[in-house]
Ligand binder design. Sequence first.
Ligand SMILES: [Fe+2]
Ligand SMILES: [Fe+2]
Length: 175
Amino acid sequence: MIQIENLKEWIHYILETYHNPLREDLVKIQLLLNKIVSVHGEHHPEFAQINTVFWKFKNDMIKHLHKEENVLFPMLQEIQNCIDNNKKLWWFHCGSIQNPISQMEHEHDIFDTYFEEMSLLSNKYEIPSDACNAYTTTYKMLEKLEKDTREHATFENDVLFKVALEKEKNLNNEK
Ligand SMILES: [Fe+2]
Ligand SMILES: [Fe+2]
Protein backbone atom coordinates (compact mmCIF):
# COMPACT_ATOMS: atom_id res chain seq x y z
CA MET A 1 0.00 0.00 0.00
CA ILE A 2 1.36 3.40 -0.96
CA GLN A 3 1.74 5.91 1.84
CA ILE A 4 -0.11 9.16 1.14
CA GLU A 5 -1.68 11.40 3.75
CA ASN A 6 -2.91 14.24 1.58
CA LEU A 7 -6.37 13.92 -0.06
CA LYS A 8 -5.23 15.77 -3.17
CA GLU A 9 -2.45 13.21 -3.68
CA TRP A 10 -4.89 10.33 -3.17
CA ILE A 11 -7.20 11.83 -5.80
CA HIS A 12 -4.31 12.33 -8.23
CA TYR A 13 -3.32 8.70 -7.67
CA ILE A 14 -6.88 7.47 -8.35
CA LEU A 15 -7.24 9.52 -11.54
CA GLU A 16 -3.91 8.29 -12.91
CA THR A 17 -4.19 4.67 -11.77
CA TYR A 18 -7.89 4.00 -12.32
CA HIS A 19 -10.02 6.69 -13.99
CA ASN A 20 -7.88 7.57 -17.01
CA PRO A 21 -6.93 3.99 -18.02
CA LEU A 22 -10.54 2.91 -17.42
CA ARG A 23 -11.91 5.47 -19.89
CA GLU A 24 -9.56 4.08 -22.56
CA ASP A 25 -10.49 0.46 -21.75
CA LEU A 26 -14.21 1.22 -22.01
CA VAL A 27 -13.77 2.51 -25.57
CA LYS A 28 -11.53 -0.41 -26.62
CA ILE A 29 -13.85 -3.07 -25.15
CA GLN A 30 -16.94 -1.50 -26.73
CA LEU A 31 -15.27 -1.62 -30.18
CA LEU A 32 -14.24 -5.25 -29.67
CA LEU A 33 -17.70 -6.27 -28.50
CA ASN A 34 -19.32 -4.58 -31.48
CA LYS A 35 -16.93 -6.50 -33.70
CA ILE A 36 -17.51 -9.97 -32.21
CA VAL A 37 -21.28 -9.44 -32.13
CA SER A 38 -21.32 -8.51 -35.82
CA VAL A 39 -18.95 -11.32 -36.91
CA HIS A 40 -19.90 -14.18 -34.57
CA GLY A 41 -23.23 -13.06 -33.08
CA GLU A 42 -25.21 -15.62 -35.06
CA HIS A 43 -23.42 -18.58 -33.42
CA HIS A 44 -22.80 -16.85 -30.10
CA PRO A 45 -26.05 -15.24 -28.88
CA GLU A 46 -24.32 -14.61 -25.53
CA PHE A 47 -22.13 -11.94 -27.17
CA ALA A 48 -25.15 -9.68 -27.76
CA GLN A 49 -26.31 -10.22 -24.17
CA ILE A 50 -22.86 -9.40 -22.81
CA ASN A 51 -22.80 -6.35 -25.06
CA THR A 52 -26.11 -5.13 -23.59
CA VAL A 53 -24.85 -5.52 -20.00
CA PHE A 54 -21.51 -3.93 -20.87
CA TRP A 55 -23.27 -0.98 -22.54
CA LYS A 56 -25.26 -0.33 -19.33
CA PHE A 57 -22.12 -0.73 -17.21
CA LYS A 58 -20.18 1.66 -19.45
CA ASN A 59 -22.87 4.36 -19.30
CA ASP A 60 -23.26 4.03 -15.54
CA MET A 61 -19.49 4.07 -15.05
CA ILE A 62 -19.01 7.19 -17.19
CA LYS A 63 -21.67 8.99 -15.08
CA HIS A 64 -20.06 7.67 -11.90
CA LEU A 65 -16.60 8.96 -12.87
CA HIS A 66 -18.16 12.30 -13.77
CA LYS A 67 -19.86 12.57 -10.34
CA GLU A 68 -16.66 11.65 -8.50
CA GLU A 69 -14.52 14.06 -10.49
CA ASN A 70 -16.98 16.97 -10.50
CA VAL A 71 -18.85 16.67 -7.20
CA LEU A 72 -17.15 14.46 -4.61
CA PHE A 73 -13.45 14.95 -5.38
CA PRO A 74 -13.72 18.78 -5.34
CA MET A 75 -15.32 18.47 -1.87
CA LEU A 76 -12.41 16.29 -0.71
CA GLN A 77 -9.95 18.79 -2.17
CA GLU A 78 -11.72 21.55 -0.24
CA ILE A 79 -11.31 19.54 2.98
CA GLN A 80 -7.58 19.35 2.25
CA ASN A 81 -7.48 23.10 1.48
CA CYS A 82 -9.10 23.83 4.84
CA ILE A 83 -6.59 21.62 6.65
CA ASP A 84 -3.65 23.19 4.81
CA ASN A 85 -4.85 26.78 5.36
CA ASN A 86 -6.45 26.35 8.77
CA LYS A 87 -9.85 27.37 7.42
CA LYS A 88 -13.39 26.35 8.29
CA LEU A 89 -15.40 24.10 5.95
CA TRP A 90 -18.10 26.13 4.25
CA TRP A 91 -20.60 23.25 4.43
CA PHE A 92 -19.87 22.75 8.14
CA HIS A 93 -23.51 23.48 9.09
CA CYS A 94 -25.24 21.86 6.12
CA GLY A 95 -24.24 18.22 6.18
CA SER A 96 -21.32 15.97 5.48
CA ILE A 97 -19.55 14.24 2.62
CA GLN A 98 -21.23 11.09 3.96
CA ASN A 99 -24.18 11.54 1.55
CA PRO A 100 -22.23 11.67 -1.73
CA ILE A 101 -19.92 8.93 -0.40
CA SER A 102 -22.89 6.63 0.37
CA GLN A 103 -24.18 7.22 -3.15
CA MET A 104 -20.78 6.29 -4.65
CA GLU A 105 -20.58 3.15 -2.50
CA HIS A 106 -24.06 2.17 -3.66
CA GLU A 107 -22.98 2.60 -7.29
CA HIS A 108 -19.89 0.45 -6.65
CA ASP A 109 -22.25 -2.34 -5.51
CA ILE A 110 -24.26 -2.00 -8.73
CA PHE A 111 -21.07 -2.47 -10.78
CA ASP A 112 -20.57 -5.82 -9.00
CA THR A 113 -23.97 -6.99 -10.25
CA TYR A 114 -23.06 -6.11 -13.87
CA PHE A 115 -19.89 -8.19 -13.58
CA GLU A 116 -21.80 -11.09 -12.04
CA GLU A 117 -24.07 -11.04 -15.10
CA MET A 118 -21.20 -10.79 -17.60
CA SER A 119 -19.24 -13.52 -15.83
CA LEU A 120 -22.27 -15.82 -15.92
CA LEU A 121 -23.00 -15.11 -19.60
CA SER A 122 -19.36 -15.72 -20.58
CA ASN A 123 -18.96 -18.77 -18.32
CA LYS A 124 -16.35 -16.87 -16.30
CA TYR A 125 -14.71 -15.51 -19.47
CA GLU A 126 -13.84 -19.01 -20.65
CA ILE A 127 -12.08 -18.98 -24.03
CA PRO A 128 -12.49 -22.06 -26.27
CA SER A 129 -9.37 -23.33 -28.06
CA ASP A 130 -10.76 -22.35 -31.50
CA ALA A 131 -11.68 -18.77 -30.49
CA CYS A 132 -10.53 -15.98 -32.81
CA ASN A 133 -8.24 -13.15 -31.66
CA ALA A 134 -11.04 -10.63 -31.14
CA TYR A 135 -13.01 -13.12 -29.02
CA THR A 136 -9.92 -13.95 -26.91
CA THR A 137 -8.92 -10.31 -26.46
CA THR A 138 -12.46 -9.23 -25.53
CA TYR A 139 -12.82 -11.86 -22.82
CA LYS A 140 -9.33 -11.16 -21.43
CA MET A 141 -10.09 -7.42 -21.34
CA LEU A 142 -13.46 -7.99 -19.65
CA GLU A 143 -11.82 -10.18 -17.03
CA LYS A 144 -9.19 -7.52 -16.40
CA LEU A 145 -11.87 -4.80 -16.32
CA GLU A 146 -13.68 -6.74 -13.58
CA LYS A 147 -10.49 -7.12 -11.52
CA ASP A 148 -9.51 -3.45 -12.01
CA THR A 149 -13.01 -2.18 -11.19
CA ARG A 150 -13.18 -4.20 -7.96
CA GLU A 151 -9.74 -2.94 -6.95
CA HIS A 152 -10.71 0.66 -7.84
CA ALA A 153 -13.96 0.50 -5.83
CA THR A 154 -12.31 -1.22 -2.86
CA PHE A 155 -9.57 1.40 -2.80
CA GLU A 156 -12.11 4.23 -2.80
CA ASN A 157 -14.37 2.58 -0.20
CA ASP A 158 -11.64 1.42 2.16
CA VAL A 159 -9.01 4.12 1.78
CA LEU A 160 -10.07 7.38 0.14
CA PHE A 161 -13.57 7.65 1.64
CA LYS A 162 -12.47 6.52 5.11
CA VAL A 163 -9.54 8.97 5.20
CA ALA A 164 -11.77 11.80 3.92
CA LEU A 165 -14.53 11.16 6.50
CA GLU A 166 -11.97 11.07 9.28
CA LYS A 167 -10.39 14.34 8.11
CA GLU A 168 -13.81 16.00 7.79
CA LYS A 169 -14.73 14.88 11.31
CA ASN A 170 -11.47 16.17 12.77
CA LEU A 171 -11.88 19.48 10.98
CA ASN A 172 -15.43 19.95 12.30
CA ASN A 173 -14.39 18.93 15.84
CA GLU A 174 -11.72 21.62 15.86
CA LYS A 175 -14.26 24.40 15.38
FE1 LIG B 1 -13.43 6.26 -8.99
FE1 LIG C 1 -16.03 5.10 -7.53
